[in-house]
Design a protein around this ligand. Sequence first.
Ligand SMILES: CC(C)(COP(=O)(O)OP(=O)(O)OC[C@H]1O[C@@H](n2cnc3c(N)ncnc32)[C@H](O)[C@@H]1OP(=O)(O)O)[C@@H](O)C(=O)NCCC(=O)NCCS
Length: 185
Amino acid sequence: MEDNNSSKKQDFNEHIDNRPKTNHSQLKNQLKLREVKKDDVTFLFELRNDPSVRESSFHVEPIGLTDHKKWFQEKLKAKNSLILIAEYGEQRVGQIRFDIGEMANRAEVSIGVLPKFRQKGFGVKILKIGCKLASKNLQISSINAFIKKENLISIRTFSKAGFEKKGYLEYKGYHSMEMELDVSK
Ligand SMILES: CC(C)(COP(=O)(O)OP(=O)(O)OC[C@H]1O[C@@H](n2cnc3c(N)ncnc32)[C@H](O)[C@@H]1OP(=O)(O)O)[C@@H](O)C(=O)NCCC(=O)NCCS
């Protein structure tokens, strides 16, 4: 009886061990970033209006389609912005955007990952690859992120991608954390 049980247990363990292994590093390695295209307009609209993305943003109100399309057309032409789309296989999983503002040598970054693709390591990977591409393609020495103080998941994600905490400040009416990545070297 005991032998039978232990052999069943062994079978079960073998079954477990033979399962195809899908771990986060395998997923992350299949992630690709590419420049935004005209037909990303709907994907970006949905991502921008995801409630958690709105909540993390400094403009919390939902965005209308007409406003989004206008914003998108301008962004596509803008020389001081870079939008990259992250794809896992055929699926778009998120975006990262760099905007150069008044200080010509620094870019402000924002990132969003669709809820169903979160907590798989994509956010950190997108930041790492995206910041490398931005530092190659834009004449910048730093990349800065302004994150609402309570958005701890995002602060953690940026830290894991190598960003350093610069300190708290009032940003667009919200108590925020500024984080920075030095890309001058
Ligand atoms: C911030 C965001 C991009 C992170 O994306 P992600 O793909 O989930 O990130 P990762 O999987 O690389 O996770 C990064 C870290 O955060 C942790 N994390 C992510 N989501 C979490 C959650 N819901 N609860 C607890 N920890 C979480 C991960 O566990 C990981 O830490 P660990 O490696 O120590 O476990 C995503 O949550 C998002 O799009 N949020 C809305 C938009 C936003 O806040 N943008 C940032 C302001 S610009």
